[in-house]
Design a binder for this molecule. Sequence first.
Ligand SMILES: O=C(O)CCC(=O)C(=O)O
Ligand SMILES: [Fe+2]
Length: 328
Amino acid sequence: MADTAILEVDSSLDEARWAAVLRRDPAMDGRFVYAVKTTGIYCRPSCPSGPAKRGNVRFFADNAAAEAAGFRTCKRCRPDAVVVATAKDGIAGRIAALDWPRIDAELDEGGIGLLGPLLSPTECSDLRSFYEEDHRFRSRVVMQRHGFGSGEYKYFAYPLPDLIGDLRAAVYPEAARTANRWRAMLGQDPFFPDSHRAYLKHCHAAGQRRPTPLLLRYGPGDYNCLHQDLYGPEVLPLQMVILLSEPGPREKGGDFTGGEFVLTEQRPRMQSRAEVVPLRQGEAAIFAVNERPRQGTRGAYRVKLRHGVSRIRSGQRFTAGIIFHDAQ
Ligand SMILES: O=C(O)CCC(=O)C(=O)O
Ligand SMILES: [Fe+2]
């Protein structure tokens, strides 16, 4: 008796899951995954790939269960990127759950720390679609006109979209902590307050009042010259970038090829060292804006950093940039 009851519950659960897959329901992402026996791949419910045959589909409660059964993640819908992004805690919870000691160590080693998957594919596409909504922005910059590269970007107006405002407020305390630690390495007193609200008050009093978070859009042939995002004398020396498109050729479910994020670092009296930063859709990195200390044998010294984007070879690439100081 009991066994039959359980079987009935299970099969009606699977039927509800199958209906969600047929609807490609993004609200079910993170609630379960489905795997296709013929391809060996598992997907989130909203995967845009064509429907599989019901007879070839198995359902799993989560990624770990699908992987334990030998399935690999779908490159198109990235079920592995959904785990973090559907965390019930919202943005603050996702940021708090990151491995900050590891990120700090990466920042001290190379001037950039990888945050890993932070936004879901749906959140990325929502942000991309904002690009056409002019009321959200205070200005648009066509990069060719200024010699900044090729492509364009738009600075958000206040009030920022919730997702951008929440990310800026939640990551700021970590960035400020690293910025104060870097000051200490150079023998300077701590300067950056714990809350972003307090820091913005300081920026505004110094005449830097305009919001700096931005969306960038690149098409084939576009690139972003090496630069530093300084907007006046007040600088918080770390910033964040989030890739909103999936790298890779179209036939493999990607949005663009080329277009790699590049960071260069120049030590005193030395040639520059370049690093290509591997990011996928929804992943973020935090990196030094203009300079950072490096520990040498005779104390710390300053190195200069610049970042940019290599030429996009095909497709379209969007990013969100979050800078913590405001602009003059
Ligand atoms: O598009 C990118 O990856 C870089 C954008 C950028 O320059 C920034 O976020 O400040
Ligand atoms: Fe930048």
